[in-house]
Design a protein around this ligand. Structure first.
Ligand code: LER
Ligand code: MN
Length: 274
Protein backbone atom coordinates (compact mmCIF):
# COMPACT_ATOMS: atom_id res chain seq x y z
CA UNK A 1 0.00 0.00 0.00
CA UNK A 2 1.17 3.54 -0.76
CA UNK A 3 0.10 6.88 0.71
CA UNK A 4 -0.90 10.00 -1.16
CA UNK A 5 -2.42 13.36 -0.26
CA UNK A 6 -5.14 15.32 -2.07
CA UNK A 7 -3.94 18.57 -3.69
CA UNK A 8 -5.15 21.07 -6.30
CA UNK A 9 -3.82 23.87 -8.47
CA UNK A 10 -3.70 27.42 -7.09
CA UNK A 11 -6.77 28.37 -9.17
CA UNK A 12 -8.96 25.86 -7.30
CA UNK A 13 -11.91 27.43 -5.45
CA UNK A 14 -11.72 27.79 -1.64
CA UNK A 15 -14.10 24.86 -1.11
CA UNK A 16 -12.03 22.41 -3.22
CA UNK A 17 -11.52 19.52 -0.86
CA UNK A 18 -7.73 19.32 -0.65
CA UNK A 19 -4.90 19.72 1.83
CA UNK A 20 -2.60 21.95 -0.24
CA UNK A 21 -3.00 24.15 -3.33
CA UNK A 22 -0.48 25.04 -6.02
CA UNK A 23 1.24 22.07 -7.64
CA UNK A 24 4.84 23.06 -7.02
CA UNK A 25 4.36 23.92 -3.34
CA UNK A 26 2.15 20.84 -2.77
CA UNK A 27 4.55 18.37 -4.37
CA UNK A 28 7.52 19.75 -2.46
CA UNK A 29 5.66 19.42 0.84
CA UNK A 30 4.19 16.00 0.04
CA UNK A 31 7.70 14.67 -0.56
CA UNK A 32 9.09 16.42 2.51
CA UNK A 33 6.37 14.90 4.72
CA UNK A 34 6.99 11.35 3.45
CA UNK A 35 4.05 10.81 1.09
CA UNK A 36 4.56 8.53 -1.91
CA UNK A 37 2.21 10.39 -4.21
CA UNK A 38 -0.41 13.06 -4.76
CA UNK A 39 -4.06 12.90 -5.74
CA UNK A 40 -4.85 15.71 -8.18
CA UNK A 41 -8.25 17.38 -7.73
CA UNK A 42 -9.03 18.88 -11.14
CA UNK A 43 -11.81 20.60 -13.04
CA UNK A 44 -10.54 19.78 -16.53
CA UNK A 45 -7.36 18.33 -18.02
CA UNK A 46 -6.30 21.91 -18.87
CA UNK A 47 -5.73 22.63 -15.17
CA UNK A 48 -2.40 20.83 -15.57
CA UNK A 49 0.73 21.58 -17.58
CA UNK A 50 1.73 17.97 -18.27
CA UNK A 51 5.41 18.67 -18.93
CA UNK A 52 5.76 20.77 -15.79
CA UNK A 53 3.91 18.16 -13.72
CA UNK A 54 6.16 15.38 -14.99
CA UNK A 55 9.23 17.47 -14.14
CA UNK A 56 7.99 18.07 -10.59
CA UNK A 57 7.05 14.40 -10.08
CA UNK A 58 10.54 13.36 -11.17
CA UNK A 59 12.21 16.06 -9.09
CA UNK A 60 10.36 15.03 -5.92
CA UNK A 61 10.16 11.29 -6.72
CA UNK A 62 6.40 11.23 -6.39
CA UNK A 63 3.62 9.54 -8.35
CA UNK A 64 0.09 10.66 -9.17
CA UNK A 65 -2.16 8.22 -7.28
CA UNK A 66 -5.45 9.26 -8.89
CA UNK A 67 -7.25 12.19 -10.50
CA UNK A 68 -10.34 13.32 -8.62
CA UNK A 69 -13.19 15.31 -10.11
CA UNK A 70 -15.13 17.10 -7.36
CA UNK A 71 -14.68 20.42 -9.18
CA UNK A 72 -16.42 19.08 -12.31
CA UNK A 73 -19.55 19.12 -10.17
CA UNK A 74 -18.80 22.02 -7.82
CA UNK A 75 -17.33 24.49 -10.35
CA UNK A 76 -18.63 23.40 -13.77
CA UNK A 77 -22.03 22.21 -12.51
CA UNK A 78 -21.80 19.06 -14.65
CA UNK A 79 -22.96 15.60 -13.59
CA UNK A 80 -23.87 12.22 -15.05
CA UNK A 81 -27.61 12.27 -14.26
CA UNK A 82 -28.28 15.72 -15.75
CA UNK A 83 -31.74 15.69 -17.37
CA UNK A 84 -30.35 17.69 -20.34
CA UNK A 85 -28.65 15.38 -22.88
CA UNK A 86 -26.35 18.24 -23.98
CA UNK A 87 -25.04 18.62 -20.42
CA UNK A 88 -24.46 14.87 -20.21
CA UNK A 89 -22.46 15.09 -23.45
CA UNK A 90 -20.46 17.90 -21.89
CA UNK A 91 -19.61 15.91 -18.76
CA UNK A 92 -18.58 12.97 -20.95
CA UNK A 93 -16.21 15.28 -22.89
CA UNK A 94 -14.68 16.62 -19.66
CA UNK A 95 -14.18 13.06 -18.39
CA UNK A 96 -12.64 12.05 -21.73
CA UNK A 97 -10.07 14.82 -21.31
CA UNK A 98 -9.37 13.78 -17.72
CA UNK A 99 -9.11 10.15 -18.89
CA UNK A 100 -6.39 11.15 -21.35
CA UNK A 101 -4.49 12.72 -18.46
CA UNK A 102 -5.11 9.74 -16.14
CA UNK A 103 -3.78 7.42 -18.87
CA UNK A 104 -0.36 9.02 -18.34
CA UNK A 105 -0.72 9.84 -14.64
CA UNK A 106 -1.92 7.11 -12.29
CA UNK A 107 -4.52 5.32 -14.42
CA UNK A 108 -7.35 6.03 -11.95
CA UNK A 109 -10.17 8.57 -12.29
CA UNK A 110 -12.57 9.18 -9.39
CA UNK A 111 -16.25 10.03 -9.66
CA UNK A 112 -17.52 11.77 -6.54
CA UNK A 113 -20.50 14.08 -6.69
CA UNK A 114 -20.15 14.35 -10.50
CA UNK A 115 -22.12 11.09 -10.61
CA UNK A 116 -25.19 13.27 -10.08
CA UNK A 117 -28.26 12.97 -7.92
CA UNK A 118 -31.98 12.25 -7.92
CA UNK A 119 -33.34 15.69 -8.84
CA UNK A 120 -36.74 17.10 -7.88
CA UNK A 121 -39.23 15.60 -10.33
CA UNK A 122 -36.89 12.75 -11.26
CA UNK A 123 -37.56 9.21 -9.98
CA UNK A 124 -34.70 7.16 -8.49
CA UNK A 125 -35.03 4.78 -11.47
CA UNK A 126 -34.68 7.67 -13.97
CA UNK A 127 -31.59 9.02 -12.20
CA UNK A 128 -30.06 5.54 -12.02
CA UNK A 129 -30.70 4.89 -15.73
CA UNK A 130 -28.98 8.17 -16.65
CA UNK A 131 -26.11 7.38 -14.28
CA UNK A 132 -25.68 3.92 -15.85
CA UNK A 133 -25.78 5.23 -19.42
CA UNK A 134 -23.27 8.06 -18.79
CA UNK A 135 -20.96 5.82 -16.74
CA UNK A 136 -20.95 3.21 -19.52
CA UNK A 137 -19.94 5.86 -22.09
CA UNK A 138 -17.09 7.06 -19.86
CA UNK A 139 -15.93 3.53 -18.98
CA UNK A 140 -15.89 2.50 -22.66
CA UNK A 141 -13.72 5.49 -23.55
CA UNK A 142 -11.46 4.83 -20.55
CA UNK A 143 -11.11 1.11 -21.36
CA UNK A 144 -9.23 1.98 -24.57
CA UNK A 145 -6.75 4.01 -22.48
CA UNK A 146 -6.42 1.40 -19.70
CA UNK A 147 -7.96 3.82 -17.18
CA UNK A 148 -10.16 2.62 -14.31
CA UNK A 149 -13.13 4.73 -13.22
CA UNK A 150 -13.89 4.76 -9.48
CA UNK A 151 -17.28 5.47 -7.94
CA UNK A 152 -17.02 6.94 -4.46
CA UNK A 153 -20.01 6.43 -2.14
CA UNK A 154 -20.67 9.83 -0.51
CA UNK A 155 -22.78 10.49 2.58
CA UNK A 156 -26.45 11.52 2.43
CA UNK A 157 -25.78 15.11 3.52
CA UNK A 158 -23.85 15.74 0.30
CA UNK A 159 -25.70 13.62 -2.29
CA UNK A 160 -28.71 11.29 -2.58
CA UNK A 161 -27.34 8.74 -5.05
CA UNK A 162 -24.89 5.99 -3.92
CA UNK A 163 -24.39 6.69 -0.22
CA UNK A 164 -22.84 3.41 0.88
CA UNK A 165 -20.72 0.57 -0.46
CA UNK A 166 -23.64 -1.87 -0.93
CA UNK A 167 -25.52 0.65 -3.09
CA UNK A 168 -22.32 1.32 -5.04
CA UNK A 169 -21.75 -2.39 -5.66
CA UNK A 170 -25.38 -2.84 -6.89
CA UNK A 171 -25.09 0.02 -9.38
CA UNK A 172 -21.65 -1.13 -10.54
CA UNK A 173 -23.14 -4.53 -11.35
CA UNK A 174 -25.82 -2.82 -13.44
CA UNK A 175 -23.23 -0.71 -15.30
CA UNK A 176 -21.41 -3.94 -16.07
CA UNK A 177 -17.99 -2.64 -17.06
CA UNK A 178 -14.75 -4.32 -15.89
CA UNK A 179 -12.85 -1.01 -15.63
CA UNK A 180 -15.24 0.34 -13.01
CA UNK A 181 -14.42 0.03 -9.31
CA UNK A 182 -15.32 1.43 -5.91
CA UNK A 183 -13.45 4.06 -3.93
CA UNK A 184 -14.46 3.84 -0.28
CA UNK A 185 -13.92 6.95 1.82
CA UNK A 186 -13.90 5.94 5.49
CA UNK A 187 -15.34 9.34 6.50
CA UNK A 188 -18.48 8.63 4.44
CA UNK A 189 -18.50 4.94 5.47
CA UNK A 190 -18.50 5.98 9.12
CA UNK A 191 -21.82 7.75 8.46
CA UNK A 192 -23.44 5.33 6.01
CA UNK A 193 -22.11 1.76 6.22
CA UNK A 194 -23.33 -0.38 9.09
CA UNK A 195 -19.81 -1.71 9.72
CA UNK A 196 -16.73 -0.29 8.01
CA UNK A 197 -14.51 -3.38 8.24
CA UNK A 198 -17.19 -5.84 7.13
CA UNK A 199 -18.13 -3.62 4.21
CA UNK A 200 -14.49 -3.37 3.07
CA UNK A 201 -14.16 -7.16 3.17
CA UNK A 202 -17.53 -7.79 1.50
CA UNK A 203 -16.62 -5.56 -1.47
CA UNK A 204 -12.92 -6.49 -1.60
CA UNK A 205 -12.99 -7.38 -5.30
CA UNK A 206 -14.33 -3.92 -6.27
CA UNK A 207 -12.07 -1.72 -4.11
CA UNK A 208 -9.26 -0.08 -6.10
CA UNK A 209 -8.38 2.92 -3.91
CA UNK A 210 -9.34 4.38 -0.55
CA UNK A 211 -9.78 7.84 0.98
CA UNK A 212 -8.69 8.21 4.60
CA UNK A 213 -9.94 10.82 7.08
CA UNK A 214 -11.06 10.53 10.66
CA UNK A 215 -14.70 10.66 11.88
CA UNK A 216 -14.54 14.48 12.11
CA UNK A 217 -12.75 14.73 8.74
CA UNK A 218 -9.54 15.78 10.44
CA UNK A 219 -6.29 13.84 10.01
CA UNK A 220 -6.52 10.13 10.92
CA UNK A 221 -5.85 9.87 14.66
CA UNK A 222 -7.69 13.11 15.49
CA UNK A 223 -11.18 11.56 15.77
CA UNK A 224 -12.77 8.31 16.92
CA UNK A 225 -12.59 6.13 13.82
CA UNK A 226 -11.05 2.67 14.41
CA UNK A 227 -8.10 2.60 11.99
CA UNK A 228 -6.88 -0.74 13.38
CA UNK A 229 -10.14 -2.22 12.07
CA UNK A 230 -9.73 -0.37 8.74
CA UNK A 231 -6.19 -1.71 8.17
CA UNK A 232 -6.99 -5.20 9.46
CA UNK A 233 -9.98 -5.38 7.11
CA UNK A 234 -8.02 -4.01 4.14
CA UNK A 235 -5.44 -6.74 4.78
CA UNK A 236 -8.16 -9.40 4.90
CA UNK A 237 -9.54 -7.91 1.67
CA UNK A 238 -6.08 -8.27 0.09
CA UNK A 239 -5.97 -4.56 -0.75
CA UNK A 240 -2.68 -3.38 -2.25
CA UNK A 241 -3.53 -0.02 -3.78
CA UNK A 242 -3.25 3.63 -2.80
CA UNK A 243 -4.63 5.14 0.37
CA UNK A 244 -5.13 8.88 0.02
CA UNK A 245 -5.43 11.52 2.72
CA UNK A 246 -8.48 13.69 2.01
CA UNK A 247 -9.03 15.81 5.11
CA UNK A 248 -9.90 19.32 6.22
CA UNK A 249 -6.72 21.43 6.25
CA UNK A 250 -7.08 22.16 9.98
CA UNK A 251 -5.68 23.54 12.17
CA UNK A 252 -3.57 24.42 9.12
CA UNK A 253 -2.59 22.43 6.00
CA UNK A 254 0.96 21.57 7.11
CA UNK A 255 -0.05 20.42 10.58
CA UNK A 256 -2.94 18.34 9.20
CA UNK A 257 -0.72 16.69 6.57
CA UNK A 258 2.01 16.02 9.13
CA UNK A 259 -0.45 14.49 11.61
CA UNK A 260 -1.92 12.24 8.91
CA UNK A 261 1.49 11.03 7.70
CA UNK A 262 2.72 10.43 11.24
CA UNK A 263 -0.35 8.32 12.02
CA UNK A 264 -0.73 6.37 8.75
CA UNK A 265 2.84 5.81 7.45
CA UNK A 266 3.83 3.44 10.31
CA UNK A 267 0.63 1.46 9.68
CA UNK A 268 1.50 1.19 5.99
CA UNK A 269 5.01 0.01 6.88
CA UNK A 270 3.71 -2.73 9.18
CA UNK A 271 1.06 -3.58 6.55
CA UNK A 272 3.84 -4.26 4.05
CA UNK A 273 5.59 -6.60 6.53
CA UNK A 274 2.50 -8.77 7.13
C1 LER B 1 -14.74 13.57 -2.40
O1 LER B 1 -13.68 12.67 -2.38
C2 LER B 1 -15.50 13.50 -1.16
O2 LER B 1 -15.22 12.71 -0.30
C3 LER B 1 -16.63 14.41 -1.03
O3 LER B 1 -17.15 14.35 0.27
C4 LER B 1 -16.28 15.84 -1.33
O4 LER B 1 -17.44 16.57 -1.24
MN1 MN C 1 -13.51 11.31 -0.50
Amino acid sequence: MKLSVAIAGDQAPPDAFVVWRGFENSLRKAAEFGYHGVELALKTADDVDRRKLLGLLNQYRLEVSCISTGQVFAVLGLYFTHPDAGKRDEVVRVFEGLTELAADFGGLLNVGRARGFIAAGQSPAQAEDLFIETTQRICDYAAGRKVTILIEPVNRYEINLVNNMDEGACLLARVGRPNLGLMPDVFHMNIEDSHIGESLIRHANLIKYIHLADSNRLAPGQGHLDFDDVFESLARAGFDGWASIEILPRPDPDTAARQAAAFILPRIESYARR
